[in-house]
Write a protein that binds this ligand. Structure first.
Ligand SMILES: Nc1nc2c(c(=O)[nH]1)N[C@H]1C(S)=C(S)[C@@H](COP(=O)(O)OP(=O)(O)OC[C@H]3O[C@@H](n4cnc5c(=O)[nH]c(N)nc54)[C@H](O)[C@@H]3O)O[C@H]1N2
Ligand SMILES: Nc1nc2c(c(=O)[nH]1)N[C@H]1C(S)=C(S)[C@@H](COP(=O)(O)OP(=O)(O)OC[C@H]3O[C@@H](n4cnc5c(=O)[nH]c(N)nc54)[C@H](O)[C@@H]3O)O[C@H]1N2
Ligand SMILES: [Mo]
Length: 681
C-alpha cells in the first residue's frame, strides 16, 4: 500500500488537500490533510466519490467514433488520430487553421493545461475563446477598484465581528469556509445572508434578506447613503486611500432605504438593521458570491457592494475584507482575464480570432472568413453549461467535424464524431492553484489509467507526430509522453521560486511565495491613481459603464417579457455536483436521483400545481419537463433549478438562458433568465 498527498483540481473555492491510500492500482482510502489550514476537514461528498469516478463502468476508456446509427463504437488510437489528422489537414489547407475552434473550459485545473494551447499555436493557430462562464464580471470590478484580486487568508474570517454572505452559499459551494464562519459566530459575530433563496447557508444566519434577483446594487448603494448620512464611515481611511468619495456621495445622496426596499422587494426594517450593522459592527468581512455577478449588471453590483467595505475602512485589516477571489497562489500564472480577442493582426504578425464563451453559439455561427468547420472540446461541457443549449446544439451540428476529449458520455460528447478518453485527477502530475486558499499544491500521478486513457499532452504529441512534425519541432512546444517529462517541466518552472521545493510539495500544500495573509495591509493599490478607485474612469473607458458604481435594471427583466414569462429562473450550484460533473455516479444519485425544480407554494397555487407533480418549464428558447418541489424558502416570482443537470438526465437550466455578456469582464449573464411554468396535463 502507498500513501500520497494530493489536491482536488475541480473548479471550486476549497481546492481541498487530502491523502489517498492506493493498493493494487486502486484507491482504497482517503483522509484529510492537516497541513492545509483552510481545508482541515478533508474532502466533500464529491471528493469521496472519486473512488467510484475513477473506475466507473460508464467511464470512456477507449477512443470512440460515431456510427451511422448515431451510437458510438470503439476504435484504435491509430484510427482515431489518423481520422482527426486527415480532417485537420483538410480544413487547414482549404479554409485555414482558424476554421477550427479550440474550446476548453474549467473541468480540470492545472498548469499542464497550457500545453493544449501550445499545440494549437504549433498547428498555425485556431479560433479560440475569450471571456469565461464563471467569475469575470466580479474579477474586473475588484481589479478596477482595488487594483488586484486578493483577499485575507480563509481562516481570518474568524476575526470578523460581522460577516455578510452576499449571494454566496458556502454550505454547498465552499463548505470549508463554514468552519471559520462558525468560529467567528462562537465569538459573537453576526452572520447576515442576502439571497433570494433561503439557502442552506442562511439556516445558520442571524438575518436573511431575500431581494428580487439582480437588485443587490440598489440595496448596497442605499446602505452606503445611509452610512454617509449617519456618519458611520471612516473619514481617515477615505482621505488616505479613496478616489472619488465626493462624487460618490453626490450620486447616492437622495437614495433612501425605502426606495431600495421598494425596488428589491424587501422589508425596509431589515435594511435599517443591516445599515446599523455595517456601520457599527467591526471588523466586517463581506463574502460576495459568484452567482450574483452572473447578471447583465453583475460588475456594477460587485462595485456597489465593495463600496461598503471602502466607506467603513474594512480593507487590509484582520477580519476586515472583501472575500471575492484570492489569486495569490497562482504564482506561475497571474490570472489574466483577456479583455478581448476580436479578430486582429497583432504586432507579432499573427492573426488571432476568438469567440465569446458567453455567446458561444451565436458567435460560432457568425464566424466568416473562414467559417468554422470543426471544433475540439476539452475539459468542458458547453451543451449543458453554456447559455442557450438549443442554440449550442445547432451550432455544433452545423460543423463538419467534432472531437470531444471526455471521461463520460456528456451531452457534448454525445455530439462528437470522435470521442477521445480523458484522464482523471490521479493520472497525471500537475500543480494546482486556488482562488480561495493560499497554497500552491502538487497533484502527483498516483494511478495508471484504466483502458487506453491518455492525458491531453500525450494525445497532442501523438497527433503532432501523425501530422508529420519532426521530433525537434514538437519538442519546442510539447513534452514527450511519460509523466516524468511533465515533472521535469514543472520542476523547471519552479526554479523561479526557491520557496517551492518538490519534496515539500510531495508532502502537502505550501503557502504561496509572497503571500499576504492580510491582503492590502500595506494600503498599496495597483490602480491607475494608486488609490482605491470608488470612481474608476477605466470602468468607463473599457466597458462603457458609469465610472461610479450604479444600479442598472436587468435587461431581460423588462415588463414586456415579464408578462409572457413572469418567473425568474435561478440556477445555483448544488453540493452534489461540480457543475456538470459527478451527478452520473451512483453515490451521488442516491441523494439526487432526478432533476427537480423549486418553486414557491404561492406561485404554484396560482398555476394549480401541487408538490411533486411534473411541470413544463418553458420560454422562447427552450422547454423541459421535470418534477416540482414546493416550499416557502424561495422568493415568490423566482424558481430555482440547479445547474449541472444534463439534457439527457431531464434538462439543463441553459435551455432557457440567453447568450449574453455581463457588463464587464466578458462573463455570462446566466441568471437574467425568465420562464413560465405549467402543469403537465
Ligand atoms: N458543490 C459545489 N461547489 C462549487 C461549485 C459547484 O458546482 N458545486 N462550483 C464552484 C464554482 S465554479 C463557482 S463559480 C462557485 C459559485 O459559488 P456561489 O456563488 O456560492 O454559488 P451559486 O450557487 O452560483 O450562487 C450562490 C447564491 O447566490 C444566490 N443568488 C442568485 N441570484 C442572486 C441575486 O441576484 N442576489 C443575491 N444576493 N443572491 C443571488 C443563489 O440563490 C445562490 O444561493 O462555487 C464553486 N463551488
Ligand atoms: N445556468 C447556469 N449555467 C452555468 C452556471 C450557472 O450558475 N448557471 N455556472 C457556470 C460556471 S460558474 C461554470 S465554472 C461553468 C462550468 O462548466 P464547465 O467549465 O463546462 O465545467 P464542468 O461541467 O465542471 O466540466 C466539464 C467537463 O470536463 C470533464 N473533465 C474533467 N477532467 C477532465 C480532463 O482532465 N480532461 C478533459 N478533457 N475533460 C475533463 C468532465 O468530465 C466534464 O464533463 O458552468 C457555468 N454554467
Ligand atoms: Mo464557476
Amino acid at each position: 500500500m502507498s500513501l500520497h498527498s494530493t489536491v482536488c483540481p475541480r473548479n471550486c473555492y476549497s481546492t481541498c488537500s487530502f491523502k489517498v491510500h492506493v493498493e493494487n492500482g486502486r484507491i482504497v482510502n482517503m483522509e484529510p490533510h492537516p497541513a492545509n489550514r483552510a481545508t482541515p476537514a478533508g474532502v466533500c461528498l464529491k471528493g469521496l466519490s472519486y473512488f467510484e469516478r475513477a473506475h466507473s463502468p460508464d467511464r470512456i476508456l477507449y477512443p470512440m467514433k460515431k456510427t451511422t446509427g448515431g451510437g458510438f463504437e470503439r476504435i484504435s488510437w491509430d484510427e482515431a488520430l489518423g481520422t482527426i489528422c486527415g480532417r485537420l489537414n483538410y480544413f487547414k489547407d482549404n479554409f485555414g487553421p482558424h476554421s477550427i475552434l479550440f474550446y476548453e473550459s474549467s473541468g480540470m485545473a492545472g498548469m499542464v493545461n497550457d500545453f493544449s494551447s501550445k499545440f494549437w499555436e504549433m498547428f498555425g493557430g485556431a479560433t479560440t475563446t475569450y471571456g469565461n462562464l464563471c467569475w469575470p464580471a466580479g474579477l474586473e470590478a475588484v481589479r478596477l477598484t482595488l487594483g488586484e484580486n486578493k483577499h485575507n487568508v480563509p481562516w481570518d474570517i474568524e476575526n470578523a465581528g460581522l460577516i455578510i454572505l452576499w449571494g454566496k452559499n458556502p454550505v454547498e459551494t465552499n463548505i470549508q469556509q463554514m468552519i471559520f464562519i462558525e468560529k467567528a459566530q462562537a465569538k459573537g459575530a453576526k452572520l447576515v445572508v442576502i439571497d433570494p433563496r433561503r439557502s442552506l447557508s442562511s439556516e445558520r444566519a442571524d438575518m436573511l434578506i431575500q431581494p428580487r434577483p439582480g437588485t443587490d446594487a440598489i440595496i448596497a448603494l442605499a446602505i452606503a447613503a445611509e452610512l454617509i448620512r449617519n456618519g458611520w464611515v471612516d473619514p481617515g481611511f477615505i482621505d488616505r486611500n479613496v478616489l472619488g468619495f465626493e462624487d460618490f456621495k453626490c450620486t447616492v445622496k437622495d437614495l433612501t432605504l425605502e426606495k431600495a426596499a421598494d425596488v428589491a422587494g424587501v422589508p425596509v426594517e431589515l435594511l435599517k438593521q443591516l445599515s446599523f450593522y455595517v456601520g457599527n459592527l467591526k471588523p466586517m468581512t463581506i463574502a460576495p458570491g459568484y452567482g450574483m455577478q452572473r447578471f447583465s449588471n453583475g460588475g456594477q453590483t460587485i462595485r456597489s457592494i465593495l463600496a461598503l467595505n471602502i466607506l467603513t475602512g474594512n480593507i487590509g485589516k484582520p477580519g476586515a475584507c472583501f472575500h471575492y477571489a484570492n489569486l495569490q497562489s497562482y504564482v506561475f500564472d497571474r490570472v489574466k482575464e483577456p479583455l478581448s480577442y476580436y479578430p486582429s493582426m497583432d504586432s507579432d504578425g499573427v492573426f488571432r480570432r476568438g469567440v465569446s464563451k458567453a455567446k458561444l453559439a451565436a458567435d460560432m455561427v457568425r464566424m466568416k472568413i473562414p467559417e468554422l468547420k470543426m471544433i475540439w472540446v476539452e475539459r468542458g461541457n458547453p451543451v449543458a453549461q453554456n447559455p442557450d443549449s438549443n442554440a449550442t446544439l445547432k451550432a455544433l451540428r452545423k460543423l463538419d467535424f467534432r472531437v470531444v476529449v471526455e471521461q463520460f458520455l456528456t451531452d457534448t460528447a454525445a455530439e462528437a464524431d470522435i470521442i477521445l478518453p480523458a484522464k482523471n485527477m490521479f493520472e497525471q502530475t500537475d500543480i494546482i492553484g486556488s482562488y480561495w486558499n493560499p497554497y500552491v499544491q502538487l497533484k502527483p500521478k498516483i494511478l495508471e489509467p484504466d483502458g487506453e486513457v491518455k492525458p491531453e499532452t500525450e494525445i497532442y504529441y501523438l497527433l503532432a507526430q501523425k501530422l508529420g512534425y519532426s521530433k525537434e519541432e514538437i519538442s519546442k512546444w510539447l513534452p514527450e509522453p511519460g509523466d516524468e517529462n511533465i515533472q521535469t517541466y514543472l520542476k523547471q518552472r519552479m526554479k523561479d521560486f526557491p520557496e517551492l521545493q518538490w519534496e515539500e510539495l510531495m508532502d502537502g500544500p505550501v503557502l504561496a511565495p509572497g503571500l499576504e495573509e492580510i491582503a492590502f495591509s500595506d494600503q498599496n493599490f495597483k490602480t491607475p491613481s494608486g488609490k482605491i478607485e470608488l470612481k474608476s474612469d477605466l470602468a468607463k473607458t473599457l466597458w462603457g459603464v458609469n465610472p461610479l458604481p450604479t444600479y442598472e435594471e436587468l435587461i431581460e427583466g423588462e415588463e414586456r417579457h415579464k408578462k409572457e414569462f413572469p418567473l425568474q429562473l435561478l440556477s445555483p450550484n448544488t453540493k452534489n455536483r461540480i457543475h456538470s460533473q459527478f451527478g452520473n455516479l451512483d453515490i451521488i444519485r442516491q441523494f439526487a436521483p432526478t432533476p427537480t425544480l423549486e418553486m414557491s407554494s404561492s406561485d404554484a397555487l396560482e398555476r394549480g400545481i401541487a408538490d411533486g407533480e411534473m411541470v413544463r418549464v418553458f420560454n422562447a428558447r427552450g422547454e423541459m419537463k421535470v418534477s416540482v418541489k414546493l416550499n416557502f424558502s424561495i422568493r415568490k416570482g423566482c424558481v430555482s433549478y440547479y445547474n449541472g443537470w444534463w439534457l439527457s438526465e431531464g434538462g439543463s437550466p441553459n435551455l432557457f438562458s440567453r447568450g449574453r455578456e455581463t457588463d464587464m469582464g466578458h462573463g455570462s449573464a446566466f441568471h437574467d433568465t425568465l420562464v413560465e411554468i405549467e402543469k403537465v396535463k
